[in-house]
Design a protein around this ligand. Structure first.
Ligand SMILES: Nc1ncnc2c1ncn2[C@@H]1O[C@H](COP(=O)(O)OP(=O)(O)OP(=O)(O)O)[C@@H](O)[C@H]1O
Length: 312
C-alpha cells in the first residue's frame, strides 16, 4: 500500500459520506428536489385503495401511469394525465394524493403548482399575457426541479389558447432552450366528458352489470373523442389530443349512495369522532341524486359532505 494514496482515498470517502449525510440532513428539514427518488408504488397503491372510493379505473390507471413513468430513467416526454368526471368524484382529492407521493409536502411543495382557471386566468382579453406568464413560470420551475408537478384545475373553463402556450413543453422535444421537460408531470382536471361517463355507468347499471366491470376500453375512446369535440373542454382542438400528447384519459365514475356514506365515515374518522351510522345515513339522505327516476348518482359526489356533517 502506498500511504499517500490510501490517505487521499480515505479523505475523499469521508468527504463524500460527510457531504452525502449533510445533503440528507439538509433535505430532511428543507425541501429538496430529488429527481431520481423512486416512487413508493405500494404506498401509493395502499393510499388510493383505502381512501379513494368507487374509482377502480382511476386507481388502476393512475398507479400504472405513475409507476411506469417514474421507473423509466429516460422518458421521451413529460407525463400528461387528463382526469375527467362529474363534480365531487375525487379528481382534486387524487391530485393531492399524487402530489404527496411525489413530493413530501404535497400541494404545499415548491415543486407542485396548482392553477385554477377562474382564479389564475380569469380575463379572456389577457390571454397573451397569461400565455407568456405561464410559459416563463413553467420554464423557471422545471429548470429548478425537473420532476415538477403542474395541476390545471377547471380545464373546461380554460381558454384553449392558454393550453396552446404549454403545448411545446408537453411534446417529444429533448430540450427547449436548454431545459428538458421530460421528467415533469402535468395533470389536467375537468368536468368535460362527465355526461359520457355517467351514461356508460348508467348503461351498465341498467343492464344489471357491476360497476367494477366497467373497463377503460368502455370509456377511453368515448372520452377522448367527446372531449376533443367539446368546445368547453379546454382541450378542444388544442392539438394536445390529435398529437397524442395526453398519455392517459382517466375517467371518474359518478358516486353512488354507498360511496357517499363511505365519504361521511372517512370524514368522521378524520375529525377523530366515532362513526355514528345514524348520522352517516342522515347526511347521505340529505344529498340529491340523479337521474330523476333512478336516483342513483350523487349530484355533487362527496363534495358537500364535509359542510353537511357540521350540522350534525
Ligand atoms: N371518490 C372519492 N373517494 C373519497 N373521497 C372523495 C371522493 N370524491 C370526493 N371525495 C371527497 O370530497 C371532496 C371533494 O372532492 P374533489 O374536490 O376531489 O372533487 P372534484 O372531482 O375535484 O370536483 P370538481 O370537479 O367539482 O372540482 C374531497 O376532498 C374528498 O374529501
Amino acid at each position: 500500500f502506498e500511504p499517500i494514496s490510501v490517505g487521499i482515498a480515505i479523505g475523499a470517502a469521508s468527504a463524500l459520506t460527510g457531504y452525502l449525510s449533510y445533503t440528507d440532513l439538509y433535505c430532511r428539514f428543507a425541501e429538496c428536489c430529488r429527481e431520481e427518488q423512486p416512487l413508493n408504488a405500494s404506498a401509493l397503491k395502499q393510499e388510493l385503495e383505502e381512501k379513494l372510493f368507487g374509482q377502480h379505473l382511476a386507481t388502476e390507471v393512475i398507479l400504472k401511469a405513475l409507476t411506469g413513468f417514474k421507473n423509466n430513467k429516460n422518458p421521451k416526454k413529460p407525463l400528461t394525465l387528463s382526469l375527467h368526471g362529474w363534480a365531487g368524484t375525487g379528481k382534486n382529492f387524487v391530485s393531492q394524493i399524487v402530489a404527496e407521493n411525489l413530493h413530501r409536502k404535497g400541494l404545499k411543495s415548491n415543486f407542485v403548482h396548482l392553477f385554477v382557471s377562474t382564479l389564475h386566468f380569469p380575463h379572456e382579453q389577457q390571454i397573451k399575457l397569461y400565455q407568456d406568464q405561464l410559459q416563463s413560470w413553467i420554464r423557471g420551475n422545471v429548470s429548478a426541479c425537473a420532476s415538477s408537478l403542474f395541476i390545471f384545475d377547471e380545464m373546461d373553463k380554460l381558454h384553449p389558447g392558454i393550453i396552446d402556450a404549454i403545448k411545446p413543453f408537453l411534446d417529444y422535444y429533448e430540450q427547449i432552450d436548454g431545459v428538458s421537460y421530460r421528467k415533469a408531470i402535468f395533470i389536467f382536471l375537468s368536468n368535460a366528458g362527465g355526461d359520457l361517463i355517467t351514461k356508460t355507468a348508467l348503461d351498465f347499471w341498467q343492464a344489471g352489470r357491476k360497476r367494477e366491470d366497467i373497463q377503460l376500453k368502455d370509456l377511453e375512446p368515448v372520452l377522448s373523442v367527446g372531449v376533443f369535440n367539446n368546445k368547453h373542454s379546454g382541450l378542444w382542438h388544442s392539438g394536445l389530443i390529435d398529437r397524442n400528447l395526453i398519455d392517459y384519459f382517466i375517467p371518474f365514475l359518478p358516486l353512488e349512495y354507498r360511496h357517499v356514506k363511505m365519504c361521511v365515515r372517512a370524514e368522521m374518522k378524520a375529525r377523530g369522532s366515532a362513526v355514528d351510522e345514524d348520522i352517516v345515513t342522515s347526511v347521505a339522505d340529505e344529498m340529491t341524486f340523479f337521474p330523476k327516476d333512478e336516483k342513483i348518482y350523487s349530484d355533487k359526489g362527496c363534495k358537500t359532505v364535509q359542510s353537511r356533517l357540521d350540522f350534525h
